[in-house]
Ligand binder design. Structure first.
Ligand SMILES: *Cc1c(COP(=O)(O)O)cnc(C)c1O
Length: 505
């Protein structure tokens, strides 16, 4: 068989590779630039079925390949055009950030060099870089030299790891039972996890995945500021213990997904310590406050935790995905460590060869630590902090504006980070909550259909509320004021419609 030349398909030092790589980069850059230049709205307004039809028309695997420029151009028409524009000032639904340009540059390094973080012989320099980033993060959150951690795909994985290690640690120390080896112990159905009623759903998900069932998660009520109530936490622990249950983990949230509220970490840590319960802090959202001198006090107590979740693809402005799991006592990674001869033999460890798979639920894993590193280096801590502070200042201004507004009603009058939950209540005091639910749902839908704004909806006290997550430091007061005006206008229109409907009944 004649040898074929594959140079043009892979990065290498041949002319064919250089030409093709330049073409790919240039085409992508041009398509993205054109896309961004044209955008005036955060969304095209296309319906789900319109997009489904366009995507259905994509010829996925033709017998003969088509030119790269054509493939990229065609996809930019069908896909880019109807994507959510994350950098738009009115794209404010979720914890879904505009990515920093330095991180995008790092992404090219990451993909082109394609290091894999599982074993040192697949990421010879990367393993050391990630470990240094973890060391830096441990210091930042106040862990001692015994701290350790690993980059993860995000909060879901980090929360699973925290609860997993807490479970196995408890079982080992209390029952002398090694779950990794022996499976769940007979008494496992007594295990309980405590978190606030508005903690992230992945706490329940983790409990289910870990064989404890979501019933193992006990919700603690929140106070008016949406923070875990300490008195309820103490009462619940006493009650569980008296009934023969084993509360082995408390998950405190530093930045709840809906309200951005931060549980009282210092007080929770005291309770956890008193009962020797593992404290995991889910700081997926609020962890970024640590960079700001002005805001970091809100995280006081976080250093007393046993493990921490922090996401970089939220308030650290990293492209998805990028997160970390931090552990106060590195010894506890032993509950997930397994050795294989081909990847991470035990003698590697003795020789100081870092195989990060020892600390991870993932085997093949991206070198995502690099993009955070490049971002931190490029912006510097002060500018990074300023960016976050800007969004918090904006949020407080908007909260005040909403509190004074006669036709809008805010749920969290004192937002701690940058999420705002509110609803249209109109001027007609006769409206039932049920009617308001409908109007608010329709307001969000109308904004999406026109493509004018991408905002979220949630429930508060059982009713529909709208949510802004103001992550973007480029979002201005005027952007939000004009959006709120638009919301009131739409709300009034819907109000008139429901009233006239009623007249005809
Ligand atoms: C986003 C979030 C998660 C989940 O993290 P992913 O990165 O989406 O997996 C968990 N907890 C909180 C508080 C979050 O905001």
């Amino acid at each position: 068989m004649k040898e074929q030349n594959w140079d043009q398909w892979f990065l290498n030092n041949s002319v064919g590779s250089t030409i093709n790589h330049n073409l790919a980069s240039e085409t992508t850059r041009a398509a993205i630039q054109e896309h961004f230049a044209k955008l005036s709205q955060p969304y095209s307004g296309a319906s789900t079925s319109e997009i489904e039809t366009k995507v259905a028309q994509i010829d996925i695997c033709p017998d003969q390949g088509i030119p790269l420029t054509k493939a990229l151009f065609d996809l930019s028409q069908s896909v880019l055009q109807h994507s959510i524009v994350v950098h738009h000032p009115r794209s404010i639904a979720h914890l879904h950030c505009a990515p920093l340009i330095p991180a995008l540059a790092a992404e090219q390094y990451i993909s082109a060099t394609n290091q894999s973080m599982d074993s040192w012989d697949q990421s010879s320099a990367g393993s050391f870089v990630e470990n240094r980033m973890i060391e830096w993060l441990c210091q930042l959150y106040g862990y001692s030299n015994y701290g350790d951690g690993v980059f993860t795909s995000g909060g879901t994985q980090s929360n699973l790891m925290g609860i997993h290690l807490a479970r196995d640690h408890f079982s080992q120390k209390t029952w002398n039972w090694n779950i990794q080896q022996q499976g769940l112990p007979p008494k496992a159905s007594r295990l309980r996890i405590l978190c606030s009623a508005i903690a992230h759903f992945t706490v329940q998900q983790s409990a289910a995945l870990l064989g404890l069932g979501s019933q193992a998660v006990i919700s603690i009520p929140v106070d008016k500021q949406q923070r875990m109530s300490i008195s309820h936490l103490k009462e619940t622990i006493d009650q569980l213990l008296s009934e023969g249950f084993e509360p082995f983990a408390i998950v405190a949230t530093a930045g709840t997904t809906d309200f951005g509220s931060i549980d009282p970490l210092t007080e929770i840590a005291e309770v956890a310590q008193k009962h020797s319960i593992w404290l995991h802090v889910d700081a997926a959202y609020g962890g970024a406050l640590i960079l700001s001198n002005q805001e970091s006090t809100k995280l006081a107590g976080i250093s007393q935790s046993d493990s921490i979740t922090v996401d970089f693809h939220k308030l650290f402005y990293q492209p998805i995905s990028c997160g970390a799991f931090l552990l106060r006592d590195q010894e506890n990674f032993r509950y997930i460590r397994l050795h294989t001869d081909y990847l991470n033999p035990e003698d590697d460890e003795e020789q100081g060869v870092p195989n990060l798979v020892n600390k991870s639920l993932q085997t093949t894993r991206r070198f995502d630590a690099l993009k955070l590193l490049v971002s931190l280096q490029t912006l510097g801590r002060e500018q990074f902090a300023k960016m976050i502070e800007t969004t918090i200042d904006l949020t407080q201004d908007i909260a005040k504006y909403l509190s004074d507004h006669s036709e809008l009603e805010i749920a969290n009058t004192n937002p701690e980070i940058n999420a705002i939950v509110f609803r249209f209540k109109g001027s007609n005091l006769e409206h039932s909550d049920k009617k308001l639910d409908e109007i608010n749902l329709q307001i969000r839908q109308a904004l999406l259909q026109s493509g004018s704004a991408v905002i979220a909806k949630t429930k508060y006290n059982g009713h529909v509320y709208l949510k802004f997550t103001l992550l973007n430091p480029r979002t201005k007061r005027s952007d939000i004021h004009s959006l709120l005006e638009e919301i009131v206008e739409i709300g009034k229109r819907l109000e008139r419609r429901t009233i006239s409907h009623e007249k005809f009944k």
